[in-house]
Design a protein around this ligand. Structure first.
Ligand code: UD1
Length: 419
């Protein structure tokens, strides 16, 4: 198992380029299951979750390969089963349920287990697909779904705006007979990217990015070429890196239009955030001001930036309140930050961060992807040396993180744990 060894204190300066979005690429790659033709993708990040997705497509019978940011998914006969060994390593595999039902009228997907940041049920995914005519039973830990007569357009409303639930239903509805109207859908930019991809393949989707999506079913989706949008969470992590290290970074390909809530909070904390042609320039402030954040579905403050932003609050002067409204149990990074000298008190879904401006290096452990990113940020601005263990979580979602950070002045290297 690898870890990161970080010597903190160097301000990050220069230019860093954002990769393709993991959370857009996962559903858009899996959407190829619903497509009758070859699909070519560009700007695909080389990440552990992406390689898992490609493995899943191959298991299902679609030859898929990743090279230099491009993925080719070939047309072919398809199976219907996503096995446990694969789903247990990547929860997003459940997103093959919708496209498999749409194309094959049957799907067998291992039920995703619990995960470090909360229970994360899939009840809304199943309810949406049921209202389109699918029926499900649970067999030996697998969700088995069937719709022998194909899916039918339906009108339904989600109980909460779920990203994965909306994506699963959207992929299914494209090939359903008639019109589907989905209310209270998630509005995340990755859903817009998925809908744009499906429309490029011949789907008829309207309303993506708003709370109501309408889909007119078509008989067939055709192959196409499509470039994945840049990763707003990776971009946000770099902006915070500039802030906590007292540096100045030009974050190339930063999708600023999709990041208003985060950019607003960084400005409120005193950072200079300049939207320029081709990216965003972020300049640190000294001292940083404490602010409050409260995570919400898009366009609110993203839960996937909450752990990283907490590091910024540790570096600020005064108290800042963090409220996590999306996932229970998403404060696993707090105890690790406390070991680095942070003053944070958790009370249910809220955490009070009393910024002291100072963190000190320590051995710490990543519990999940974004918690891991937060610990790297903490290590970059802490006094002394930090060893972040279990970085396989970070490798799930950040492409060549240590290379990108080293290139702008960070002292970070990957070591094998026994070193
Ligand atoms: C996606 C993102 C993840 C991000 C999250 C919220 C991917 C691969 N992952 O996860 O990085 O943190 O959106 O922005 O895109 N819920 C239910 N029942 C359901 C589905 C969801 O109760 O059937 C609940 C969840 O437990 C959670 C909330 O709804 O509390 C939001 O979850 P959801 O939007 O579905 O997140 P994911 O799609 O899993």
């Amino acid at each position: 198992m690898d870890s990161f060894l970080i010597k903190g204190g160097a301000p990050l300066n220069g230019e860093v380029t954002v990769s393709g979005s993991k959370n857009a690429a996962l559903p858009i790659l899996l959407a190829s299951i619903a497509v009758d033709g070859d699909v070519q993708y560009g700007n695909v990040p080389d990440l552990r979750d992406i390689r898992t997705t490609i493995r899943l497509l191959n298991i299902l019978g679609r030859g898929a390969s990743l090279e230099d940011g491009r993925v080719l998914v070939k047309n072919g006969e398809m199976g219907i089963e996503a096995p446990y060994d694969l789903v247990k390593t990547m929860r997003a595999s459940v997103l093959c349920l919708g496209p498999l039902l749409a194309r094959k009228r049957e799907a067998k997907v291992s039920l995703p287990g619990g995960c470090a940041i909360g229970a994360r049920p899939v009840d809304q995914h199943l309810l949406a697909l049921e209202s389109m005519g699918a029926s499900f039973d649970l067999q030996n830990g697998y969700i088995h779904g069937t719709c022998p007569d194909g899916l039918k357009g339906a009108h339904f409303s989600f109980s909460m705006p779920t990203v994965g639930g909306t994506e699963n239903a959207l992929m299914a509805a494209c090939l359903a007979q008639g019109e589907t109207v989905m209310e209270n859908v998630a509005r995340e930019p990755e859903i817009v990217d998925l809908a744009n991809f499906l429309n490029r393949c011949g789907a008829r989707i309207e309303g993506q990015g708003s709370s109501v999506i309408t889909v007119k079913g078509v008989e067939r989706l055709y192959g196409c070429s499509y470039d994945i949008m840049p990763d707003r969470i990776e971009a946000g992590t770099f902006l915070v890196a500039a802030g906590v290290t007292g540096g100045e970074l030009f974050v190339r390909n930063c999708p600023a239009a999709d990041m208003a809530a985060l950019l607003g909070k960084l400005r409120e904390a005193g950072m200079e955030i300049e939207e320029r042609e081709g990216g965003v320039l972020a300049r640190a402030a000294s001292p940083l001001k404490a602010v409050d954040i409260s995570t919400q579905p898009h366009p609110g403050f993203p839960t996937d930036m909450q752990p990283q932003f907490m590091v910024l609050l540790c570096r600020a002067q005064g108290p800042g309140m963090v409220r996590e409204n999306i996932f229970e149990n998403r404060f696993m990074h707090v105890q690790e930050l406390v070991r680095m000298g942070a003053d944070i008190q958790v009370n249910g879904p809220s955490a009070l961060v009393r910024g002291t401006g100072r963190l000190e290096g320590a051995p710490v452990m990543a519990s999940d992807l974004r918690a891991g990113a937060a610990l790297v940020l903490a290590g970059l601005c802490a006094e002394g040396e930090t060893r972040v263990q279990r970085i396989y979580h970070i490798d799930r979602g950040y492409e060549r993180l240590e290379e990108k950070l080293s290139a702008v002045g960070a002292d970070i290297r990957r070591v094998h744990e026994q070193e």
